[in-house]
Design a protein around this ligand. Structure first.
Ligand code: HEM
Length: 406
């Protein structure tokens, strides 16, 4: 967030833009301003929920809808620095639907991603992580970027395989997904990347319609419960929601442990569970900073603030995870040893993350295998892992240079 405060008719307005040197410092400032704060994000004026209780209330609110048709476009912010309202993606996916439509779109995927079926994937995910560890060990000595060589490929391989993307198209799909998700160093045309990705996914779906294969896309085509457009939007959503978020989780978890050797030692000794490490990472360093907009279907009041019909509200997950009202004086400390109250970083209520069991599994398995293989791993320097991702949605570091051994 290149956070600036600008004067407006409603008072101070934060601009959440994608280049903040410190997302958590910005979040602390937002919390100081209140529990529901006027902001500008990606060309939209919105209310940002900053406190745990307020974020929970917003996510579960029956009259705050993910359906963009409730948005009043007068909430468009003045265009500056080329910022414009981006094409709203995944238009007909569950993420943007409510009520019966939401249930219909979520149902077929919820059956696949439920906790029991995901648990069956544990040995397979462990094999993928072990393969990555072997490749890390084969790299020449010197600093290695853990994000690029470990955190990044595991969730990517998991999601492409589960979806059933034909192997010859995987690298192309992956490259486009990264660009579409706004990850990377060079400024790119996200809208164009999404258009190309969409075209490629259309081809893949059509191919699997003619010749079914293993994986989720084929299963959805066979079930026939979603229209062609819904299916494509769903596939695109799962790719983007299921990949980069989990890369951030693995990166943030590894970075936290490398900075907390005592907790790492407990985890390696089996005295601290990897699941506790993952949950604390989710709370303390939420893989998603702020996301996504909801729109008031009528005038309403939250924490004494009047939200008018058609106005947008955004959940600040990174802020909720460090809210002292919920987590007390330990709010800003990574402490996986003493259990903390639950977090909201997978959402709450009807849109609760469909992939939470999978992301948790990937986090636990990958971190356990990584640190077991390289118990002496350390950050490659004082600045390692301090360069922010540069995405308004994601919260992580762009690279994580480490030295693998002594
Ligand atoms: C929804 C976070 C991994 C698929 C969400 C939401 C959050 C979230 C906060 C709620 C959005 C809202 O309330 O509007 C995360 C994080 C992840 C992660 C932090 C990794 C650490 C995954 C994975 C998948 C996935 C691995 C796919 C397999 C989805 C889908 C939704 C969703 C499909 C939409 C659910 C709905 O609208 O009903 N995620 N997610 N996510 N997530 Fe995840």
């Amino acid at each position: 967030m290149d956070t600036a405060e600008t004067g407006t008719d409603t008072g101070v307005r934060f601009v959440l833009a994608p280049a903040s040197p410190d997302v958590h410092a910005d979040c602390a400032r937002l919390r100081e301003l209140g529990s529901l704060v006027p902001v500008e994000m990606e060309g939209v004026r919105a209310w940002a929920a900053t406190r745990h209780a307020t974020v929970a209330a917003v996510l579960a609110h029956p009259d705050l809808s993910r359906d963009i048709s409730h948005w009043d476009p007068r909430g468009r912010a003045e265009v500056r620095d080329g910022t414009a309202v981006r094409r709203i993606t995944f238009d007909t996916s569950m993420l943007n639907a409510e009520g019966e439509t939401h249930r219909r779109l979520r149902g077929p995927l919820a059956r696949v991603f439920n906790a029991r079926r995901v648990e069956e994937l544990r040995p397979w995910v462990a094999r993928l992580a072990a393969e990555r560890v072997d490749r890390l060990a084969a790299l020449p000595p010197g600093p290695v970027d853990l994000r690029e060589h470990f955190a990044y490929p595991i969730p990517r391989d998991v999601i492409t395989e589960l979806m059933g993307i034909p192997p010859v198209l995987r690298s192309e799909v992956n490259e486009l997904t990264d660009v579409a998700a706004g990850v990377g160093d060079t400024p790119v045309d996200v809208t164009e990347a999404r258009r190309v990705l969409y075209g490629l996914l259309t081809e893949i779906v059509e191919g699997l319609r003619r010749a079914p294969g293993p994986g989720l896309i084929s299963a959805l085509v066979q079930e026939g419960e979603l229209t062609g457009r819904e299916l494509l939007d769903t596939v695109e959503l799962v790719f983007i929601a299921g990949h980069v978020t989990t890369v951030n989780l693995l990166t943030n978890g590894a970075r936290a442990l490398l900075r907390e050797p005592a907790q790492l030692a407990l985890a390696l000794a089996g005295e601290l569970s990897w699941s506790a490490v993952v949950e604390e990472t989710m709370r303390w360093d939420s893989p998603i900073a702020h996301f996504p907009m909801r729109y008031a279907v009528r005038d309403l009041e939250i924490d004494g603030v009047r939200v008018r019909q058609g106005e947008a509200v955004v959940a600040c997950f990174a802020s909720a995870g460090r809210d002292p009202e919920r987590y007390g004086e330990r709010a800003c400390r990574f402490d996986a040893v003493a259990p903390q109250p639950g977090h909201l970083s997978f959402g709450h209520g009807r849109h609760f993350c469909l992939g939470a069991p999978l992301a948790r599994l990937e986090g636990e398995v990958s971190l356990a295998i990584l640190f077991a293989a390289f118990p002496d791993m350390r950050l490659a320097g004082p600045d390692a892992g301090t360069r922010p991702l540069g995405s308004v949605l994601g919260n992580s570091t762009r690279s994580l240079p480490v030295l693998l051994g002594e």
